[in-house]
Design a binder for this molecule. Structure first.
Ligand SMILES: NC(=O)C1=CN([C@@H]2O[C@H](COP(=O)(O)OP(=O)(O)OC[C@H]3O[C@@H](n4cnc5c(N)ncnc54)[C@H](OP(=O)(O)O)[C@@H]3O)[C@@H](O)[C@H]2O)[C@@H](O)CC1
Ligand SMILES: Nc1ncnc2c1ncn2[C@@H]1O[C@H](COP(=O)(O)OP(=O)(O)O)[C@@H](O)[C@H]1O
Ligand SMILES: [K+]
Length: 487
């Protein structure tokens, strides 16, 4: 069993893949073994997180998630805990593993109740729903028990998934369990890490139930967790040309700041030289706070020799430069208003898609609303299945897509998508997206592929937020500078 941390690189399997693995593994083991292992590991974690808990409520649902709870209760009872077990199942109709667990617990003399318990519990174990969750709203006792678990206010350990959270998408029913810990069994599920997942699951633990890593590798995962990027030490005999040039194109009248943030971020993320092509003719010619940045008119930029970060603060006028940017042979990051203009224009969309045939590196960095415009669907639909939405955009435009938000998804045709778990809601502040675009630009300029550049930058962007001092405000400017202590 292990606690999942951002540096943990792991495949994420959805419901279908998890069932395939479960089936394959169960055939190699005596009956009920997987559920017995699940129950034991749940009981062990319960003990680890609340060693002094005496009164424990184990709320068990009608399926095999409930069976895991019954098995856990058996162990906790053996270890001297006062277990209050409630079950929504029916011994005559329960799945075979759960029915066996029910019989074992009954034979041990544990009372299994059907009514909601009263009083306070030192720990609630939520074994109501796992990967069998359907999107229908919980009703009756299931709904009452979820409310009661959430009202306890103490630690809640969810078995496999917080009840109500969908394993594949991270969507929840309106009523769902708010866990402080979740122990994901056999596989890690993508829904734990994106959309509502991170808010409902609490600390996420994983137990492979004895499955070997190579067994998990036999079924293609839906996604992977983003890995901490390797940091390469710079060769002594290198120079600024070794790290590439970035040109930020954007900053229409009144929106210079967004372009400056992206440029500053590219500079601090290691680009050799950073140019700024502002779209406002009356704009800055130099930034005294950041004299390293070189200001040029868009027309005078040699687009063929640099990585282009296009769109930050671009306004509608960005439309006038997009054809030239998209037909350049350079690596390109497309953000913000450039995405909105592409969404409106089928000719630009075709130009964008044509870059794939020329093997040109292209990264799109939409937030959910920009993604919705690109796919001509609603933000609600994007958020309803973020993995599928990022993959649809990557496929449609033939490039790498960074779908931002909690659990940013990075997708690219023919690659397993990646979910990033660094970062937190302190990033919900104006300009942090511009900073990310600049950071992706620096990684592209350093020579990484579009997918790797996106994965590296997204990880680092979130990591900065995770290690930010709690006493200090997180602003985009300081994020661009690499952190609050950096000026
Ligand atoms: N996979 C593995 O490797 C292993 C799996 N194990 C465990 O098994 C779990 C999967 O078990 P599972 O397939 O029986 O599904 P589960 O989550 O118990 O739910 C199904 C039941 O809930 C009901 N129900 C559904 N949605 C509902 C709603 N919204 N509101 C109300 N009710 C709803 C549904 O009713 P129905 O829709 O059929 O009417 C059905 O009765 C898995 O997560 C893990 O914990 C481990 O033991 C060993 C290894
Ligand atoms: N709640 C959150 N959790 C994690 N990351 C977040 C959260 N809110 C915002 N972010 C990150 O902050 C950045 C915001 O980007 P964006 O919405 O484009 O902002 P802006 O347009 O103001 O620059 C993205 O990288 C996004 O993933
Ligand atoms: K559960």
């Amino acid at each position: 069993m292990q606690l999942i941390t951002p540096s943990f690189h792991h495949p994420l399997h959805g419901v279908e893949q998890t069932r395939q693995l479960e089936h394959a593994l169960a055939q190699t083991l005596p009956a009920h073994t997987l559920m017995q292992r699940a129950g034991l590991t749940v009981a062990r974690l319960a003990l680890a997180i609340t060693p002094h808990a005496q009164r424990i409520w184990i709320a068990c649902g009608p399926g095999n998630n409930g069976g895991d709870g019954l098995e856990a209760a058996w162990h906790l009872q053996q270890w001297g805990k006062h277990c209050v077990v409630t079950w929504l199942g029916d011994a005559g109709h329960a799945p075979a593993d759960s029915a066996a667990a029910h019989q074992k617990l009954t034979e041990a003399g544990v009372l299994i109740q059907t009514k909601a318990p009263s009083g306070h519990f030192d720990l609630c174990i939520d074994a109501l729903l796992g990967i069998g969750t359907s999107p229908r709203e919980p009703q009756g006792p299931m709904a009452d028990w979820i409310r009661l678990i959430n009202a306890q206010g103490g630690p809640v350990l969810s078995v496999d998934l917080p009840s109500g959270l969908h394993a594949d998408t991270g969507q929840t029913t309106r009523l769902s369990v708010q866990a402080s810990h979740t122990l994901s069994l056999l596989t890690l599920k993508p829904g734990l890490f994106t959309a509502q997942g991170r808010d409902t699951a609490g600390a996420i633990w994983f137990d492979a139930l004895g499955a070997e890593t190579h067994t998990l590798g036999t079924v293609k995962p839906l996604a992977r967790l983003n890995a901490r990027p390797l940091v390469h030490t710079r060769q002594h005999a290198s120079h600024k040309g070794s790290y590439g040039d970035v040109a930020v194109i954007g900053g229409a009248a009144g929106m210079t700041g967004a372009a400056l943030l992206a440029a500053s971020a590219a500079l601090h993320a290691g680009a050799g030289r950073v140019f700024v092509g502002l779209l406002d003719d009356d704009a800055l010619k130099v930034d005294a706070q950041q004299p390293e940045l070189m200001f040029r008119s868009f027309r005078s930029l040699d687009l063929s020799s640099m990585t282009l970060v296009c769109g930050c603060g671009g306004g509608p006028v960005i439309q006038t430069v997009l054809h030239k940017v998209l037909t350049s042979q350079s690596p390109v990051v497309i953000d913000a208003d450039a995405l909105n203009e592409i969404a409106k224009d089928s000719t630009l969309q075709a130009t964008l898609s044509a870059r794939r045939g020329q093997k040109l590196a292209t990264v799109l960095t939409p937030h959910p609303l920009e993604a919705a415009r690109l796919l001509a669907i609603s933000t609600h639909q994007i958020q309803g299945d973020r993995l599928a939405a990022a993959q649809a955009m990557a496929q449609r435009f033939g490039c790498t897509v960074v779908l931002k938000g909690s659990g940013t998804v990075i997708a690219c045709p023919e690659q397993t998508p990646v979910i990033n778990i660094t970062g937190n809601a302190r990033l919900a502040s104006a300009g942090t997206g511009d900073v990310l675009a600049g950071m992706v630009g620096a990684q592209l300029a350093a020579g990484h592929t579009a997918f790797d550049a996106a994965c590296r930058a997204v990880y680092q962007h979130g990591h900065l937020a995770d290690t930010w001092s709690p006493e200090l405000a997180l602003t985009a400017k300081q994020l661009a500078n690499g952190g609050p202590s950096c000026g």
